[in-house]
Design a protein around this ligand. Structure first.
Ligand code: GLA
Ligand code: ZN
Length: 699
């Protein structure tokens, strides 16, 4: 659980009362109560108001608002408003504003627009955090600290350049070692002094950055941002050791390595702004990545929009029921909150058309009513599944360095999109409601029986050994094309791919062909004892041309097509899908991007080999997950479809048993509808259910 102080589902979100007069704030309090809001996040953007000149703090206005909030029994996450420094600070200290990738020194105006390594920014941010901690540490409504907002500025200033050099010196020790690790003999980039190293910007590179340098710069920016976060967080933590301290992560998660950052926080908190076209499973993947950031601990959804956004190309309204479904989906995957940006819609500025709990026209809105219903439901759920964890026996290894390196690489295809690729494998589990953890490369894997390594291009020291031991001990592992190619400095592994994993998979890859988007290759399954439906599957994107050593061939490349037109394929007949028995376990390899149906079949087969089954049989587009805490097991059933669905509630398998979809009499309490249910349970289109296992209860 996040904190003993707030043992319930947090509901509410970003509130910017400094934009409003007292009458409006009083009105807001009434509406918050009506909607069931129990937590507000503020003042995210009020540095200029809190510190009108250096060292002079004005807290009275905020005190007044906070007291009002607390009188209404609403908790707060106090935000250090350091995401938007005051103009005087940018003006007074030249090092505060960032330099962008083109070398332009930026001027004051934006938010999240400061150099994370700026000495004066850090000094003033820390002083503000200290002043706030001192002033508010005993405020009874304080439930935690929200540091800054959506970090992610990449700066290329001289200070960052110097810091980068220092960072490299610490990492590599000697210049000789750096030259070796960066393989600077390529294109004559040898350096003789750390001072000769430049930050990789447009001034020295026309977007053909050396991947090794760029990769280290991204690591450096992550580390610098962690430093910037800790600059405030340590002060806050010292003042209130029992309260959570964290920052919110932008939904565009690529910029900073969150698996490095989040461990420095008390919890992960992320901002979920799906595009209207995002599939529910894709949103689920991001939730599960956030759950993975702290090795399975519950996390926060710190922002969502109650309705439309303003910054998408086309800002679709949330359809009736959509906000509720999205809220439960977050909780179904491990969130202990459903927080929103924003509580009241601003009347001007960039976000004046962004949705809010309270719209310009007030409370008589569809969205306000929907938020009230959700608020009432969450109140009823109380502490329910709070702090609950997900039990998964399958895992997908996810890695930021791998993500960056894969996409920095020039070749083999311009369409490389790691997250999209990982999603293909994730979806194969998700569509069958098989729980899966998204795990770091450093995570202990022995608790998992099925492990998928999508495009594990970068093999970090020790990782191959981990996989080898895992398979040897009897587990099932799947690897794909673009695996085992490079080390942590993006130097290709000498010898055949997948490098140190070659013996585990019993094969070696000679070449990889990139397909045009309209091209595909049939895959004929001839060596498999796994049931596949009739007809050939198609491979796309990339095709490994591989040779087996000890692996069995399950599928081979067949006829190739450019659209509907058959074309010649010199590698038809060669292996595409293989399986290697290694020690007591099995290592599968897919040499090309297969269609979803195939991946579902393969994942199903791998899971069955390990005795992993979907917990319940379902009809319709139902997403089913489970969270467990000391109060028991809570099942979430979400119908994402436009038709009625049905979940056949048997005894939920703990996945060690053989699948039995019989209704063996377990009773579940539908917590939202206050009734006991068992057997076939129908869920209306777009509806959700939270079911608590009631051992030994009559229906
Ligand atoms: C981000 C920010 C918020 C707000 C929303 C709008 O997530 O953190 O302050 O700008 O976007 O969607
Ligand atoms: Zn800088």
């Amino acid at each position: 659980m996040l904190s003993k102080k707030t043992p319930f589902i947090l509901y509410g979100g970003d509130y910017n009362p400094d934009q409003w007069d007292e009458k409006t704030i009083d009105e807001d309090m009434k509406l918050f109560k009506k909607a069931g809001v129990n937590l507000l996040v503020l003042p995210v953007f009020s540095w200029a108001k809190l510190e009108p000149e250096e060292g002079r703090y004005e807290f009275e206005w905020l005190d007044k608002i906070l007291n009002k909030i607390w009188e209404n029994h609403i908790y707060v996450f106090l935000a250090t408003p350091t995401t938007a420094q005051p103009a005087w600070l940018s003006k007074k200290y030249a090092d505060v504003l960032p330099v962008d990738i083109t070398g332009r020194k930026r001027t004051h105006g934006m938010r999240v627009f400061f150099c994370v390594n700026s000495e004066h920014y850090r000094l003033r941010a820390r002083a503000l955090a200290e002043a706030m901690a001192e002033h508010y540490r005993d405020f009874p409504g304080l439930a935690g600290w929200h540091v800054s907002n959506e970090y992610g500025t990449y700066c290329y200033c001289e200070n960052c350049q110097n810091k980068f050099r220092g960072w490299l010196k610490k990492r590599y020790g000697t210049i000789e070692n750096l030259n070796d690790r960066w393989h600077t003999s390529f294109w004559g980039r040898t350096v003789y002094d750390f001072d000769e190293i430049m930050v990789p910007s447009e001034l020295n590179d026309d977007y053909r950055f050396s991947p090794a340098v760029q990769l280290d710069y991204m690591r450096f920016v992550t580390d610098s941002t962690i430093g910037c976060y800790l600059n405030e967080a340590t002060v806050l933590k010292a003042a209130t050791p029992d309260l959570p301290v964290f920052s919110n992560i932008s939904g565009y998660i690529k910029k900073l390595n969150q698996f490095e950052m989040v461990p420095h926080m008390d919890c992960a908190g992320w901002d979920n702004y799906p595009a209207p076209t995002d599939e529910p499973a894709f949103i689920a993947l991001k939730h599960d990545i956030m759950r993975g950031a702290k090795d399975g601990a519950s996390y926060l959804v710190t922002e969502q929009s109650p309705n439309q956004q303003n910054w998408q190309p086309y800002n679709k309204l949330k359809r009736p029921g959509e906000l509720r479904r999205l809220a439960y989906q977050g909780m179904a995957h491990g969130a202990d909150s459903s927080l929103y940006f924003q509580m009241r819609q601003s009347i001007a500025g960039q976000e004046k058309f962004h949705g809010a709990l309270i719209a310009h026209c007030g409370e008589d809105t569809r969205i306000f009513r929907e938020m009230c219903v959700l608020g009432q439901e969450l109140k009823k759920l109380g502490r329910a599944f709070v702090g609950g964890r997900t039990k998964a026996r399958a895992a997908i290894v996810f890695d930021w360095d791998n993500w960056w390196a894969l996409e920095l690489s020039s070749g083999p295809t311009q369409d490389m999109d790691y997250l999209k690729q990982v999603y293909k494998y994730y979806k194969a589990f998700h569509s069958q409601n098989i729980p899966v953890d998204m795990v770091k490369t450093t995570r202990e894997l022995s608790a998992y029986d099925v492990v998928v390594l999508p495009l594990m291009y970068m093999v970090k020291p020790g990782f191959d050994e981990k996989i080898r031991t895992l398979v040897e001990s009897g587990k099932t592992v799947l690897a794909t094309y673009m695996s085992g190619r490079a080390d942590e400095n993006d130097r290709c592994i000498f010898g055949a791919y997948p490098g140190p994993l070659g013996d585990v998979f019993g094969l070696w890859v000679e070449e990889t062909d990139a397909l045009y988007p309209q091209e595909s290759v049939e895959i004929t399954m001839d060596g498999s004892n796994i049931h596949y439906p009739e007809g050939a599957y198609r491979g796309r994107f990339l095709c490994d041309i591989l040779h087996t050593t000890t692996a069995r061939v399950l599928g081979r490349y067949g006829r190739a097509y450019d659209g509907a037109q058959e074309i010649r394929c010199f590698y038809s007949g060669s292996p595409a899908i293989t399986c290697n028995d290694f020690g007591k376990g099995r290592a599968y390899y897919v040499g090309t991007e297969m269609d979803t149906l195939f991946m579902e079949r393969l994942v199903d087969a791998m899971c069955r080999e390990q005795g992993i089954y979907a917990p319940f049989k379902t009809d319709g587009a139902l997403e089913v997950t489970c969270r467990e805490n000391e109060d028991g097991q809570f099942w979430f059933v979400i119908n994402h479809g436009s038709e009625k669905g049905c979940v056949y509630l048997g005894k939920a398998l703990d996945c060690k048993e053989t699948a039995d979809y019989g209704h063996s009499g377990t009773v579940y309490r539908d917590l939202l509808r206050d009734r006991n249910v068992a057997g076939a349970y129908e869920i209306e289109a777009g509806d959700v259910a939270v079911l608590k296992v009631m051992e030994g209860m009559p229906v």
